[in-house]
Design a protein around this ligand. Structure first.
Ligand SMILES: [Zn+2]
Length: 260
């Protein structure tokens, strides 16, 4: 009996291919990623000035999908006009993001972040698009807004999730998936490991957040989608599964949510 062996296929659900270290050599970045089995890439927008470039990348490169949104680090740019531009752009995207709250950011007023986040979430629910959520040290406020704005109607991803198991469970109850990034490979990682261990694979998505969050053993160099496999290997080891099983389930999860 001969078995057909198909290479595992991964989706990088969060990578900034428009960012300088990657944008300049995208041909080889994508070729290396494909070689490693990472065939699709979701590129989230962070500010209105980058939306056009992301839309252009998605038209140019096979497997590249855009999302549009205003990152909390740029919340000060938020205005009714930005929301209107987002409303015009977002139908061409697979999701709205990245959006969220980041209370570790000094100098970006929380009031501004809260308004930008809530309005973009409302736009997502109104347009039926899932959301890509960035959250650091703001889970209490974030969960309350997600509940009030009924995020379950559209679903989404808690990108590079950094919270506790309890918070992950609450996010899943609200209809969100948990994004696992390279932090799970770090020697001093505690929470990401606990979360991956306790949350069923059906609720996990893989991402690189390239060019940031480079996984072990490549820390120190710029991250790229090909290195998603290091995170996948770690998830497989934690859960006692094969790399193929991790690829199949997490790719199905991403397809269900993002429809890439
Ligand atoms: Zn990001």
């Amino acid at each position: 009996m001969r078995q057909t062996v198909t290479a595992p296929m991964f989706i990088d659900t969060h990578c900034h291919l428009d960012a300088p270290p990657l944008a300049g050599r995208l041909g080889s970045v994508i070729a290396e990623a494909r070689q490693a089995g990472v065939a699709k890439y979701l590129v989230p927008g962070v500010s209105p000035t980058g939306w056009g470039e992301i839309a252009a990348l998605a038209k140019t490169w096979e497997g590249v999908f855009p999302a549009f949104g205003l990152h909390p680090m740029h919340a000060e740019l938020y205005s009714a006009e930005v929301l209107e531009r987002l409303a015009n752009h977002c139908s061409g995207g697979a999701a709205i993001g990245e959006i969220g709250l980041d209370y570790l950011l000094a100098g970006v007023p929380r009031e501004k972040q809260l308004v930008a986040f809530r309005d973009q979430l409302r736009l997502a629910v109104a347009t039926g698009l899932p959301v890509l959520i960035h959250c650091r040290r703001a889970f209490h406020d974030l969960l309350q807004i997600l509940r009030e704005e009924k995020v379950a109607q559209v679903g989404g991803v808690m990108h590079a999730f950094s919270g506790s198991i309890e918070t992950a469970v609450e996010c899943i109850r609200l209809g969100l998936q948990i994004g696992v990034a390279g932090t799970v490979t770090y020697r001093n990682a505690v929470r990401p490991l606990q979360v991956v261990r306790s949350i069923p694979l059906e609720h996990l998505l893989l991402e690189t957040d390239a060019p940031d969050m480079t996984p072990e053993p490549y820390r120190g160099k710029s991250n790229e989608p090909a290195l998603l496999v290091e995170t996948a290997k770690k998830v497989a080891a934690i859960k006692g599964l094969s790399l193929e099983e991790v690829a199949a389930v997490t790719t199905a999860n991403a397809d269900r949510l993002l429809n890439l």
